[in-house]
Design a protein around this ligand. Structure first.
Ligand code: ADP
Ligand code: MG
Length: 742
């Protein structure tokens, strides 16, 4: 048995840590030179690759063959640098860095590394996360998961400073990124990430650049040296900037000395006030993001317990002072900003895997904003960090390219909103028309962020094949399951209704030219056979239905059955009665006379008096493994006892491609009816006398064979995006007309 480690793969520095299981705390694993952190700098020399301090020194001395800051370009497939005729992508370079860390850990501890958790900025997109995993794979690491850096920092902080219900803002300003995350310490040793935001183009490097600019303008004003005249001045100023900045973290003035063959020597001084003034807008950008995060949670600065500073750039004194001025809190520097992230990752290697949060596409809710701070418990030390459990949220919404309701443009339809708890999976079903001899392939374009398709991050193009053409079963009902795994990576799985194997999904490179999604979508012609209709009617038979209401309901249902006879392809109907129990009065069948007899056999209170049950399990069971269009019509009177559960089960129907329409009267709850309905047909709230009429309306609407483009949720219906491409030009256009279940 080897060891499990946490790795902070930083832009400027990296670190590794593991649990000291005897003491129950995480510890840093120093490198073979005894340093606790290793610069993320690589130098390629002929035949030799140098990583860490030596490479950093070479870099600072201006030697050739050095490369650094490649994490900032993580996810770019193009070469980050070309050295000695060899090109390296950020993945290659990160793999070299990770391999170095692994080798050093194995050398220092004398043990093999079995498993690792690697940290990434919360703001990383799928592309960057996936590139990080590729790098780890190349480095020969077995990765348990990726975790967000702020969550890791909070985990490390929680070990010595456990306070139940404390709400901590983690302010992480690193070399290249800024993240702000709200974390809560919950009972049972849970460290939960609530919400996160950030800017991954803002970090210490931007302060360096400002400082370099300041030095350049001083050189021009004081010595008449301009960058136009002496281009090397810029590089010299850039090289000096970081160390000047660091000096200003402990002193009020810092000396600057520049020299070059080009302009000779130049020296000056920079004061802390000059530095702070030149970077005021940068620090403001961070606090604006903090305040934005708070306002999204309906919190003010007073609603948080503490601010925890992590990331090397929080050593700049302006960070604490500006935050204190804005927030009234004295920020904590209780964790070593260079080490906290790796320490937290080491804790999470031992956390049990979190369970998937499941739901229907578009219906996953973000975490609720925390209400009040609650009673903040005494600060204590945890017995053992091994018992801490953490959970993360996704910084970006997950979406799919779809066609707007009016068919006029492409939209980004949100599947999972940002800041949903991960891991999360959700499904949606839709109709897909196949054609004989066509390729019958489905294209899905996944996005991150909530901007229109062309402005969002395109995660990938997924092509689904294996949807066989079956004229009797056209359109095919296809169900897509989207997920964010616990590392924040997106996955897509596709199944055909009623089958239990996944269809092949091929991830393809995203086309360079996505401009077609900026144009109006092609009009879709819906072709194909009318579908067979399968309808289960569920009627509330609780006490409140006694007498006239039940009589009217039965009349309306019989009337509906008569209408159903007029539809092609042998429609089928089933009947369920529900109050304290759900009873199947008739299974799905095409004998409409038998169905009417079954409806007429329904008696008052045959399933109890109250509304303890819901019919959705039975509806789902009766419609399982049937071809064609599947409907559940639910007639409700009064309030049901467990509406939350009923809605959840109704959504499972939607997920399986079963459409539900709710009809209510009496004291039924309108919102509840809306929630159980899948949206293909709007739920209805009617008086008893109008029941026959409303059933007639439903019969008309569900009878029109093709999936229709009406109803609320077609606003987010993907049509041509999901059309199979039939480039050959032969055959009828294949349409993937989608009914999305919210
Ligand atoms: P990352 O995780 O992105 O690698 P770090 O958290 O290691 O970043 O922070 C690196 C940044 O911190 C660099 O921009 C560096 O200049 C800055 N930094 C490090 N020490 C100091 C200091 N004493 N004063 C100001 N900035 C510092
Ligand atoms: Mg960092």
């Amino acid at each position: 048995m080897g060891i499990r480690i946490g790795i902070d793969l930083g832009t400027t520095f990296s670190a590794a840590a593991m649990m000291d299981k005897r003491k129950g705390v995480p510890v840093i694993i120093p490198n073979s030179e005894g340093e606790r952190i290793t610069p993320s700098v690589i130098q390629f020399q002929s035949g030799r690759t140098i990583v860490g301090s030596e490479a950093k020194e070479a870099y600072e001395a201006g030697e050739s063959g050095c490369t650094s800051s490649f994490k900032r370009s993580m996810g770019d497939d193009s070469a980050y640098c070309t050295i000695g005729g060899q090109s390296y992508t950020p993945v290659h370079l990160s793999a070299i860095m990770l391999r170095h860390i692994k080798d050093e850990v194995e050398m220092v501890t004398g043990e093999k590394v079995d498993e690792a958790v690697i940290t990434v900025p919360a703001y990383f997109y799928h592309r960057e996360r996936s590139a990080t995993l590729d790098a780890a794979r190349l480095a020969g690491l077995n990765v348990k998961q990726l975790i967000n850096e702020p969550t890791a920092a909070a985990l490390a902080y929680s070990v010595d400073h456990w306070r139940e219900n404390a709400r901590i803002m983690v302010y992480d300003l690193g070399g290249g990124t800024f993240d702000v995350t709200l974390i809560e310490m919950k009972s049972g040793g849970r460290v939960e990430s609530i919400r996160t935001t950030g800017d991954h183009t803002l970090g210490g490097k931007d302060w360096d650049a400002r400082l370099a600019g300041l030095i350049e303008s001083k050189a021009e004003a004081e010595a008449g040296l301009s960058v136009r005249e002496y281009p090397s001045l810029h590089n010299a100023a850039m090289r000096a900037a970081e160390s000047v900045k660091k000096q200003l973290s402990s002193r009020n003035t810092a000396a600057v000395r520049l020299s070059s063959e080009d302009f000779g020597k130049y020296s000056t001084e920079v004061t802390i006030d000059e530095f702070n003034n030149a970077t005021l807008d940068l620090i403001k950008r961070t606090t604006t993001l903090c305040e934005q995060l708070l306002s999204e949670l309906s919190l003010s600065w007073s609603g948080i317990t503490d601010i925890l500073l992590v990331g090397g750039s929080t050593r700049m004194r302006q960070v604490s002072s500006f935050l204190k001025e804005r927030s009234g809190h004295s920020p904590l520097m209780h964790v070593n900003p260079d080490e906290a992230v790796a320490l937290g990752a080491a804790i999470s290697v031992w956390s049990p895997p979190p369970e998937y949060n499941e739901g229907v596409a578009g219906a996953i809710s973000r975490d609720k904003p925390p209400k009040s701070a609650g009673k903040v418990g005494q600060e204590q030390k945890l017995q053992s960090a091994l018992s801490v459990v953490s959970s993360d949220v996704c910084a970006h919404a997950m979406g799919v390219i779809a066609v707007s309701a009016d068919g006029s443009r492409y939209i980004n339809k949100t599947i999972v909103p940002d800041n949903s708890r991960i891991p999360v999976k959700c499904a949606e079903s839709f109709h897909y028309y196949t054609s004989e001899g066509g390729s019958n392939e489905l294209e899905i374009y996944m996005l991150q962020g909530e901007k229109p398709p062309l402005e969002s991050e395109v995660i990938g193009k997924y092509t689904v094949s294996g949807i066989t053409h079956d004229p009797k079963n056209n359109p095919a009902v296809v169900s897509i399951q989207y997920s964010y795994d616990r590392s924040g990576l997106v996955h897509v799985q596709v199944r055909r209704q009623g089958r239990d194997v996944d269809l092949p999904v091929k991830e393809e490179t995203v086309p360079k030219d996505m401009s077609k999604f900026g144009n109006p979508p092609e009009k879709v012609k819906v072709t194909g056979q009318p579908q067979r209709l399968n309808v289960v009617m569920a009627v509330d038979v609780s006490g409140s239905m006694n007498g006239y209401p039940l009589k009217e309901a039965k009349k309306a249902m019989c009337h509906f059955v008569d209408k159903l006879r007029q539809y092609p392809n042998n429609p089928q109907a089933g009947v369920v009665a529900v109050s304290d129990r759900s009873i199947v009065v008739m299974k799905l069948g095409s004998d409409m006379n038998k169905c009417k007899a079954a409806i007429n056999s329904i008696e008052e209170e045959m399933a109890g008096v109250l509304n303890g049950a819901d019919p959705f399990e039975d509806i789902r069971r009766l419609l399982r493994n049937t071809d064609g269009k599947r409907w559940g019509i639910v007639l409700a009177d009064g309030r049901w006892d467990d509406q939350v559960k009923a809605v959840r089960r109704a959504r499972m129907c939607h997920e399986e491609g079963i459409d539900i329409v709710g009809i209510g009267f009496g004291t039924a709850d309108e919102k509840f009816l809306h929630d159980i309905s899948s949206g293909e047909i709007e739920s209805m709230f009617v008086s008893q006398d109008k029941l026959v009429e409303s059933f007639g309306k439903i019969a008309r609407e569900i009878g029109s064979a093709a999936p229709k483009k009406t109803g609320r949720f077609d606003a987010v219906t993907a049509v041509s995006t999901w059309r199979a491409t039939d480039e050959s030009g032969g055959g009828s256009p294949l349409t993937g007309s989608v009914h999305s279940s919210r």
